[in-house]
Design a protein. Sequence first.
Length: 198
Amino acid sequence: MIAHLKGRLDSTGIDHAVIDVGGVGYLVGASARTLSSIGPVGEAAMLHTEMLVSEDSIRLVGFASADERDWFRLLTGVQGVGSRVALAILSALEPANLMRAIASGDKAMVARANGVGPKLAQRIVMELKDKVGGIVLAPGSGGVATPVGAGADAVSALLNLGFRPAEASSAVAAAEEELGAAASLDALVRLALRKAAK
């Protein structure tokens, strides 16, 4: 399994990038959001990746953040959502907005993505609502508190351990509040695990 690629951005297309890693060019499918954020051709680039294996092909999909990759995994777990549709959704909505749409049952926002009709948007909202329910909102923001830096890495670590996105976000937010903004990733993960276990 390839977890990430770090190399030089060789080229980009409408729905993919080629990352040169030690002289080997990896073709990586990507959302429009990821393609716009990975930097100029010829410069160093790093993408989190997901390997898709089917009977007739092996493909890599790349993401600018681990958060976007985790959403891709959640979306492709919904019946009727393949990699193309998941990338279209991630092109139309950044993870924080997608989380907000699902938590509030806003299927119209999900349906903004190319290839997502009302029925599929409804299914996505219904199937993922339990997985992102109980999201902690930042006071007065009316939106979802999206962790950055060590906080985002800590959320990703908890997701990889099998916690639901809502549980992971809530535990890390509580840990960050207790430890402060300068907390290390290691300290955040340890305290978040203790808080999630309560």
